[in-house]
Design a protein around this ligand. Structure first.
Ligand code: GDP
Ligand code: MG
Length: 373
C-alpha cells in the first residue's frame, strides 16, 4: 500500500515505488498522458499507475503531510463543551426571527450589553446557566460551504417549518443535509400564532418523509413556536439541550486551539478579520494561527458584543485580527508553535492551490458534497 497525497510528482512516485522515473512516465504515456519528471499527478492517474506496478494507493490528506494532524486527546483531559447549533429551513419560515429572539433572550446580555455585531455566530447563556452556540450565517449556505471543505462544526440542527406553509423544497434539502452529515435534528414548527397555522399538517408531511415526531410516537423532537412573539422558544431550547446531553459533547480545553473559520473578510480599517469557532483547546491573544494558506499572530479578539477578550475555549466563537489573508469559511485553523514551519506549510498550500487551479473547483457541487461526507 502506497500512502500518497493527491498531486505527488512523477519523480516522488518513482522514489516511493523504488523504480526508475522513466517507467512512471512510460506508464502515463500508455494512458495518453505526457508528463515530465516534476509534474504533479492527479488522483486517478496515481491510482492507475500504481496499480500497474502492483501497488494499492491510499490517499492521505494535506493535514497529514503538514504534520499538524491533531493528536487524540487523553480521555482524562476532556471536559463538557456547549452544543453548536445551526438553524435551517425554507426561506421566510422564520430562521432570522428565531435567531433574533434567542439572541435577545440571552441572560448574559443583561450583564454585558446586547449583541452588537454580526460575526456569523454567537453564544447565549440560558437561565439555567447552560450555554449554546448558534451559527447565524444566512440560510444554510454556510453549512453546505463548510461541509464542502469537510468541516463538521454543527452538533445539532434546528429545522424550522412554518405551520401556515408546511414542508417546502428547502426544508427537504435542509433535512437531507443534516441527515447526510449525521447531525441530530430538532424540528421547530413556527408561526403558530397565525390564523392559518396547521401544525399537524407539518407533522403529517414529516411522517410521510419517515421523520415521525415524538408527539406522534416517533423519535424526532419537535416544538411548536412563534419566533415572532417568542412563544415556546424556551421549550425548544430545552429540547436542544436534551439532544446535546445525549451527544455528550466534550473537548480538551487546555491545549493549543483548533477549530474552523466561520467567515472572514478584509475590513478597511482593521485589515483581515475572521470569525473563528474554537472546537478544542484555548485560543489566546498572541497565539500563532495557521488557516489554509494564511497565518498570523492573533493581535486582538472580540466577542459578539464587540468586547475585547483575551482567551476563548471550546465551542466559543470569536472575531480575530492578525491573519495575513482571508481563509474560506469551513477552513480549519490550528495554533502552532514554530513560525518557520507555519510559513513553509502556508507556502506549500499556496503552491498546491495554484497548481490545482480550476480543477479543484469542479468538485463543489451539492451532489458531490453529499457523497464526500
Ligand atoms: P427567514 O427567511 O427564514 O429568515 O424568515 P424570517 O425570520 O425573515 O421571517 C420571514 C417573515 O415571517 C418575517 O416577516 C417575519 O416577521 C415573519 N415571521 C417569522 N416568524 C414568525 C412567527 O412565528 N409568527 C409570525 N406571525 N410571523 C413570523
Ligand atoms: Mg433570514
Amino acid at each position: 500500500v502506497l500512502k500518497v497525497t493527491e498531486f505527488v510528482t512523477a519523480n516522488e512516485m518513482a522514489n516511493m515505488m523504488d523504480i526508475p522515473v522513466t517507467q512512471i512516465i512510460a506508464s502515463c504515456m500508455s494512458l495518453g498522458l505526457f508528463v515530465s519528471i516534476n509534474q504533479r499527478l492527479d488522483a486517478e492517474t496515481i491510482a492507475l499507475v500504481s496499480e500497474e506496478f502492483g501497488y494499492k494507493v491510499e490517499f492521505v490528506s494535506l493535514e497529514l503531510i503538514d504534520s499538524i494532524q491533531e493528536e487524540e486527546d487523553d480521555p482524562a483531559t476532556l471536559k463538557d463543551r456547549p452544543a453548536i447549533v445551526t438553524v435551517m429551513g425554507h426561506v421566510d419560515h422564520g430562521k432570522t426571527s428565531l435567531l433574533d429572539f434567542i439572541r435577545k433572550a440571552d441572560v448574559a446580555a443583561d450583564e454585558a450589553g446586547g449583541i452588537t455585531q454580526h460575526i456569523g455566530a454567537y453564544s447565549v447563556k440560558l437561565e439555567n446557566d447552560r450555554q449554546i452556540t448558534f451559527l447565524d450565517t444566512p440560510g444554510h449556505e454556510a453549512f453546505t460551504a463548510m461541509r464542502a471543505r469537510g468541516a463538521q462544526v454543527t452538533d445539532i440542527a434546528i429545522i424550522i417549518i412554518a405551520a401556515n406553509d408546511s414542508v417546502m423544497p428547502q426544508t427537504v434539502e435542509a433535512i437531507n443535509h443534516a441527515s447526510a452529515a449525521g447531525v441530530p435534528i430538532v424540528f421547530a414548527i413556527s408561526k403558530i400564532d397565525l390564523p392559518g397555522a396547521n401544525p399537524d399538517k407539518v407533522r403529517e408531511s414529516l411522517a410521510n418523509m419517515n421523520y415521525l415526531v415524538e408527539d406522534w410516537g416517533g423519535k424526532y423532537q419537535c416544538q411548536e413556536v412563534s419566533a415572532k412573539h417568542g412563544t415556546n422558544v424556551k421549550d425548544l431550547l430545552e429540547k436542544v439541550l436534551l439532544e446535546a446531553d445525549m451527544l455528550e459533547l466534550k473537548a480538551n480545553p487546555d491545549k493549543g486551539a483548533v477549530g474552523s473559520v466561520i467567515e472572514s473578510t478584509l475590513d478597511k480599517g482593521r485589515g483581515y478579520v475572521a470569525t473563528l469557532l474554537v472546537q478544542a483547546g484555548r485560543l489566546k491573544v498572541g497565539d500563532l494561527i495557521l488557516s489554509g494558506s494564511y497565518y498570523g499572530h492573533v493581535k486582538a479578539m472580540f466577542n459578539e458584543r464587540n468586547q475585547k477578550v483575551e482567551s476563548v475555549g471550546p465551542s466559543e466563537p470569536v472575531l480575530i485580527l492578525g491573519l495575513n489573508g482571508a481563509p474560506q469559511a469551513g477552513e480549519k485553523f490550528h495554533v502552532m508553535e514554530n513560525e518557520k514551519e507555519v510559513k513553509d506549510i502556508a507556502n506549500k498550500r499556496q503552491q498546491l492551490q495554484r497548481e490545482q487551479g480550476m480543477r479543484a473547483q469542479k468538485h463543489i457541487t451539492l451532489d458531490e458534497i453529499g457523497r464526500r461526507i
